[in-house]
Design a protein around this ligand. Structure first.
Ligand code: FAD
Length: 299
């Protein structure tokens, strides 16, 4: 069956893992060109859908739609999804954006609160804005029931959550508000995902919990990223990466090997798919998809 004809929750119930590749809007025209070179390789992996981040790292929102329109133009068979955050927008702003997104072919939304702007510690909604992703899910469900909705989940608990139990309670509220699936924050120890999945099941969260993987390609970069999002690197992984010193290719091999093993075990243990944070580079994610035969190559 064509993926386009499937609702989001069905995509994760096809009996084979659904692969998604998360892009972000490049800041420059050169970055955009390079992204579309990489996209050719990712498209060969027959992704279930390709989403693009929204406002992350201060990127302009219209750039998200620009990326998605270009993905649609170059790969019309691949479903596209837009991330959407509560940052700095009123309800009317979202409605306008969502209308443009639907016109661009978007049929799934990753509904997020977003992070406070740089230099601020607490999230402050604007007037007539929203405070939590849960409210955004409600707005989407009330006005755009045809859209598939994904929310974020945190195997190692969201860094600002008052407690693990509260974080799970809020996740349940997001799902009860109408989310079709949860995509997790990146993690490097599958035990964190399995424990999270069990806690979700115990809490009555029954939608697919899709693991998010970011293959490490550079130790310094991944230390920065995990420091920001509160994920931890395993000691074994760090030791292996350190062995390679400044050898980028060596670090890349370790990162691909680790993520491939993670993906293999996750799928064997019933994960409904893998969401790759590809950071606009195709090589690591495409190698993993090929090594594990996670796709049918298009010849
Ligand atoms: P929420 O679910 O609203 O939770 C935020 C915090 O508030 C948590 O600590 C939670 O425990 C608490 N909370 C939730 N609901 C309530 C409530 N009702 N009352 C009180 N407290 C509550 N950021 C971007 O800017 N752009 C992106 O495109 C982007 N994409 C992402 C994709 C994925 C898959 C993930 C995992 C994260 C992404 N992020 C993105 C980062 C995300 O915006 C941050 O992690 C943000 O801090 C939390 O967003 P959330 O949707 O999980 O928020």
């Amino acid at each position: 069956m064509e993926l386009h004809a499937l609702g989001l929750s069905e995509v994760y119930r096809q009996g084979k893992p659904a692969i998604s590749f998360e892009l972000f809007p490049p800041k420059t025209d050169g970055g955009m060109e390079s992204l579309f070179e990489h996209l050719k390789e990712l498209a060969r992996c027959k992704p279930a859908f390709i989403p693009c981040t929204y406002g992350a790292g201060g990127s302009p929102r219209e750039r998200t739609l620009e990326v998605l329109r270009s993905v649609r133009a170059s790969h019309p068979h691949i479903p596209i999804g837009s991330h959407l955050t509560c940052v700095g927008s009123t309800r009317d702003d979202w409605r306008g954006y969502i209308r443009r997104a639907i016109a661009a072919g978007v049929d799934r939304i990753v509904a997020l609160r977003g992070d406070p702007p740089q230099g601020e510690t607490a999230f402050q909604p604007v007037e007539d804005g929203l405070s939590h992703a849960e409210e955004l899910v409600r707005l989407l469900r009330a006005s755009y029931p045809e859209l598939g909705v994904i929310v974020a989940g945190y195997p190692e608990t969201h860094p600002a959550a008052p407690s693990l139990a509260k974080d799970l309670e809020y996740l349940k509220r997001k799902v009860d508000a109408g989310a079709d699936a949860v995509v997790t924050q990146l993690f490097y120890d599958n035990g964190d995902y399995f424990r999270f999945r069990d806690r979700c099941a115990d809490a009555g969260i029954t939608v697919p919990i899709v693991p998010g993987l970011l293959p490490v390609t550079n130790l310094a970069q991944i230390k920065r990223i995990t420091g920001m999002c509160g994920a931890h690197l395993t000691q074994k992984l760090v030791r292996r990466l350190e062995v390679h010193g400044d050898d980028d290719e060596g670090q890349f091999s370790v990162g691909v090997y680790h993520a491939a093993r993670q993906a293999e075990e996750l799928i064997e243990q019933g994960a409904p798919g893998i969401h790759f944070y590809v950071l606009n580079k195709s090589r690591a994610a495409a190698l993993i998809c090929r090594a594990l035969a996670l796709f049918t190559p298009v010849e």
